[in-house]
Design a binder for this molecule. Sequence first.
Ligand SMILES: Cc1cc2nc3c(=O)[nH]c(=O)nc-3n(C[C@H](O)[C@H](O)[C@H](O)COP(=O)(O)OP(=O)(O)OC[C@H]3O[C@@H](n4cnc5c(N)ncnc54)[C@H](O)[C@@H]3O)c2cc1C
Length: 383
Amino acid sequence: MAKKGDMLYAWTNDSDLAKKAECGGAVTELLKYALESKTVDAVLAVTRGVDLYEAVPVIVTNPKDLDNCAGSLHCGTILLSKLVMEYAPDIAGKKIGMVVKGCDMMGVLELAKRNLVNLDNIVMIGVNCGGSVSPVAARKMIREKFGVDPDKVTKEEIDRGQFIIEYEGGHKGIKMDDLEDEGYGRRSNCRRCKVKIPRQADIACGNWGVIGDKAGKATFVEVCSDRGAALLTKAVDAKKLSTEPADPKGIELRAKTEKSMLKLGDKWRERDFSALAPRLWETIGAETARCMKCYACIDHCPVCVTRPDRFEQPALMVRPGFVPADPMFHLRRFAHISDSCINCGQCEECCPSEIPLALFSHAIRTEADKFFEPKLGKPVYTN
Ligand SMILES: Cc1cc2nc3c(=O)[nH]c(=O)nc-3n(C[C@H](O)[C@H](O)[C@H](O)COP(=O)(O)OP(=O)(O)OC[C@H]3O[C@@H](n4cnc5c(N)ncnc54)[C@H](O)[C@@H]3O)c2cc1C
């Protein structure tokens, strides 16, 4: 019987699913079992779109359809939390299971604080996340650094610090650190992220720490809640999943990997924020001068929840018929989310003018946290 705090290796007993899954298929099997056992009424997951650079959100009610979602899409930069809110009226009173990366999980928690979703009705199966690569950036990187046509790539993965591709004619891996030093690699918000294991989900699943004969064949599972423990126990009792205690050396290795990823996050924060610090407001002014008022930053932000008809009004300093939006629009938006920006990067990812909005809001949030919580370090801004 599983309990909160357990660390296990888990794998599906379904051999077809095992072939499609990223590791041991525990994530897919747990979500399938949640549907079959009516623990949830629907599942929100991600499936491959037109190619491996596109991740598409899907609502699934037939457990078998979840097999199409197995596997990790490292170029899937989608955020699922706001979708749950949008579906909330339709699924009111029903339970939903969802797969969450750290940012998805934080987005759900922010929406719960605003009473826009009910955590009692959401079962979160977490996946560890070292970061994702934007689809456009991934294609460019594969063409320029790997010398491979991105359309010929059949599989991508991030393993032991390398971005690895399989393509017609072979496979190749390049160290992520080397790629990132040259401006390729993960999205900049992911580099700064320090929520690599989503422990506020019910269960956190990953590949870090799976060693020995189970390497590549099992999912490392950390049980984070009593609800997660109950779901796992029932799935094992129903013979859907098998588990064994994680190897203590694997647990140690996972902890070390997490620690080094957090250190790397600090390094990127220092690098990005220090570069911005001397000319913060001038930079924000110059960059946001490209704003074309599409409001994608608001539409996709999981912590700014407003209605489009609220945008074009004097209080937001958005004058109809004028572009760019007045700088005050951006400052109001940054102020609004300054204590809750989760650094998911959606504002930046979806901005057609390529304004580094996530950098600005993450810098503002992180600096404010440091001012009020000195244990977090010294603020870098001087102006
Ligand atoms: C972008 C990304 C980075 C990751 N980095 C790490 C890491 O550094 N260390 C580590 O230990 N684990 C990492 N993982 C988790 C790992 O790849 C596996 O998802 C995990 O081990 C579960 O394996 P599984 O076989 O049980 O999953 P499966 O049964 O194959 O299920 C995978 C689930 O992930 C969902 N999914 C796939 N792509 C995405 C996406 N882009 N966004 C949201 N959901 C998605 C699918 O909907 C599916 O439900 C990462 C996952 C992703 C998506």
